[in-house]
Design a protein around this ligand. Structure first.
Ligand code: UDP
Length: 477
């Protein structure tokens, strides 16, 4: 830290585990360093569980962005593979922060601010003892933020399960959420996962401010609601900073990433569908088979990121992606790999692909996405229309927004009544629709408009860039 000027603000950033949380906070940290000359200590919760994809992302960072590994904790006694994601996240974060956050922040000479992920709220108490203002970064939509701000009220007012409500849930000032689109974490109020989720979101009012990774044109209605609706005005809501869309710009490439991009270079413009289930997503064995046949029958070019099927969980690689066991030959339909390779029609990539490089490539024309918020933003920022295939967490809410008429940048495949999986014919239909249909062209135009609005807000004088600058100003004083 020797060369750092004393007047330069020093901000610590603390993501919770899981790449969908780490990636946007890392991007945020990079912007602070590169655009505002802030010194950032990026605190990484470290456990006995490995994720090769995470380690790769934390290589080659700009000068002024220091990765500080929190002392590793062995979580094998407090976690298990069958735990719901947020229960497991909570256990890991609790174990790590209770042991080391206070001493690490003290060793860093108390940064000017700490920016935390939604599930690291144990930090509020620790930082209040050290008088460090603590900001929260919401890694998903403003609509989601409005929902979680309303959740403590909903929890008091509704008896029984939210999923059993006969009507959509009316979030004040926002589009209602159908019970079937509710996020996993609130679908069963009797289990620990719901209790931990509610605990973390109930602590949001303790934040000195809240960063939202979105912008007006994409989420005009929920942003207006948060600012103006009487419900949010009469509860303690910290100042909000809409600073999005912040997306991953770059990442170190492996030899197989280079191979994938070289294949893409040889394809015609807008001709390739990119299909990936996020960082943590997995499909059932039956769904993998239907997906393979659907892609093949569509006769469109594709890059498909595949993972070992899991019938038990839709987010089986959430904590270990890139280090997961994965041999596509073992689970893809007989002959699929040989046929698609021989025809030059598709590329199958095990576990992880360089998503932002693929989305911004001119040959990519469609994105079959699980609708994680980062993937959603990356697709919009690169002008790529989507097939919405939500799997877990709040992704069904995101899919509903992307397919709604006002947004109109995605199509969602239907599941036949009585069936457990989306069938190959339906997959073929939506792939063709996005890649070569009239509706695909309309979605492409719409996503292009959103892309342009995003770059306006991020540019000089744009609302997202002003919002971030106002935070920096606060830190300096
Ligand atoms: N990602 C990637 N390659 C992959 C899968 C995912 O680069 O093969 C990145 C993707 O670009 C995004 C993040 O992982 O930045 C996934 O975040 P998102 O919020 O979309 O979903 P989550 O993984 O949290 O469900």
């Amino acid at each position: 830290m020797g060369g750092i000027e004393s007047l330069q603000p020093h901000v610590a950033v603390l993501p919770s585990p899981g790449l969908g949380h780490l990636i946007p906070l890392l991007e945020f940290a990079k912007r602070l360093v590169l655009n505002h000359g802030v010194h950032v200590s990026f605190l990484v919760i470290t456990t006995n569980e490995a994720s090769a994809a995470k380690n790769n992302l934390l290589r080659s960072l700009p000068h002024g962005l220091d990765v500080v590994d929190l002392p590793p904790v062995d979580v094998s006694a407090v976690t298990s593979d069958d735990m719901p994601v947020v229960t497991r996240l909570h256990a890991i974060v609790e174990e790590s922060l209770s042991k080391s956050l206070k001493s690490v922040l003290t060793e860093l000479c108390n940064p000017n601010a700490l920016v935390i992920d939604l599930f690291c709220t144990q930090a509020f108490e620790i930082c209040s003892q050290l008088s460090i203002p603590t900001y929260s970064f919401v890694t998903t939509s403003v609509h989601f933020f409005a929902f979680i701000t309303y959740l403590p009220t909903l929890d008091r007012e509704v008896q029984g399960e939210f999923v059993d409500l006969p009507e959509p849930i009316k979030i004040p000032g926002c589009p209602p959420v159908r019970p079937e689109d509710l996020l996993d974490q609130v679908r069963n109020r009797k289990i620990d996962e719901y209790k931990f989720f509610l605990l973390h979101v109930s602590r949001l009012p303790l934040a000195a401010g809240i960063f939202l990774n979105s912008w007006e044109n994409l989420e005009f209605v929920p942003l207006k609601a948060i600012r103006e609706h009487s419900f949010y005005l009469q509860i303690p809501t910290p100042p909000i900073y809409p600073i999005g869309p912040l997306i991953k710009e770059d990442e170190p490439l492996s030899a197989s990433d280079e191979e994938c991009l070289a294949w893409l270079d040889k394809q015609p413009p807008d001709s390739v569908l990119f299909a990936v289930p996020g960082s943590g997503g997995t499909l059932t064995a039956e769904q993998v088979t239907e997906m393979a046949w659907g892609l093949e029958q569509s006769k469109q070019r594709f890059i498909w990121v595949v993972r070992m099927p899991s019938d038990a969980s839709a987010s089986a690689t959430f904590f270990n992606v890139g280090s997961d066991v994965n041999d596509p030959k073992a689970y893809l339909p007989e002959g699929f790999l040989q046929r698609t390779r021989a025809q030059g029609a598709g590329m199958v990539v095990p576990s992880w692909a360089p998503q932002v490089h693929i989305l911004r490539h001119p040959s990519t024309g469609g994105f079959l996405s699980h609708c994680g918020w980062n993937s959603t933003l990356e697709s919009i920022c690169h002008g790529v229309p989507m097939i919405a295939w939500p799997l877990y967490a709040e992704q069904r809410m995101n899919a509903a927004m992307l397919t709604a008429e006002e947004t109109g940048v995605a199509v969602k495949p239907e599941i036949e009544p009585g069936k457990k999986v989306i069938g190959r014919e339906e997959i073929e239909r939506v792939v063709r629709l996005v890649m070569e249909g009239e509706e695909g062209k309309v979605m492409r135009r719409r996503v292009q408009e959103l892309k342009e609005s995003a770059s306006r807000e991020l540019g000089d004088g744009g609302s997202s860039s002003d919002s971030l600058a106002s935070f920096i100003k606060k830190c300096k004083h």
